[in-house]
Design a protein around this ligand. Sequence first.
Ligand code: COI
Length: 350
Amino acid sequence: MKNITITKTKHSTLSELDFDNIPLGKIFTDHMFICDYENGTWNNPRIIPMQTIASHPATMALHYGQAIFEGMKATLDSTGTPLLFRPNKNAARLNFSADRMGMPSFPEDLFSEGLKQLVDLDKEWIPKKKGSAMYLRPFMYADEHFIGMRAATSYKFIIICSPAGPYFSERIKLFAEKKYIRAATGGTGEAKAAGNYAAAIKPTENAKAKGYNQVLWLDAVEHKYIQEVGTMNIFFKISGKIITPFRDGNILDGITRMSVIDLLKHKGFEVEERPISIDEVKEASENGTLEEAFGTGTAIGIAYIQEIGTDEGTIHVSDESPVGEDVNNTLNGIKIGEIEDSFGWMVPVS
Ligand code: COI
């Protein structure tokens, strides 16, 4: 593995951070990890002061969208050691996305080492308050200057960090979108590609204008089978069983999703990964068997769903999510070392 060079900032902005009031996604730490891909190899892995990067107007990512990203969080245990949650899963998923988008893979050992060294250097930025964390954003984009439709020959891989305050989860409202789609079989739905989010912005803004928090995506063919939510995977509890859409190539392989499935099974729940239609959820709501629904994702954690709006009317979920809350508490406890990490998910940074 290539050696990572470190240039420390001379002007830390840490003292400007109000840990009691952290605006989401707007504050960035003192340093970033960056590595360049040229001539078929990744070169010059380095940690440098946080800075802007000048872009040539023909930078290919801006035109053809070869851009992918990951979302992770670093937390602190009671001794102040930073912990990463399943970082190897993010490294693997980044390379899955890279492959789908015709981009080079990034060495997983360098991903892990760059992340650890960066988090260690900026660990004073990790908020200590319960429910807080430092959000980590690894991403890769095509930075070759070229007009023409082909895979780029140069890329950048970067990791930036952003402290995040506790997420007080209010129950959320979803709108089941039937006009626009997120993903179709053979497309890029399973990749964490920037373009998937770009295509979701207009429908999300439409949903917000109607009073909803996020879009519930349905399949591209029948507009019937549930895929995922704007920034989350989704779970339903119907007649005691937990149901989540199966991975048919159109949904994100969520790391919170896979962990929640493991936790639920460990807690003795029957978990079904299978196609689930919006009609099944509506029917369960009407006959009183829809017990709860929640979304799972890195940024949000677990979000309890209150209702789902459809063109035909509202599907009422429930005012309580005891299973979602239990899993959320367990996951949060594991992330700060308060609950035993019997799955071996946490990776200390030391
Ligand atoms: C995450 O949950 O980490 C994500 O990547 C979603 C993002 C669009 C905020």
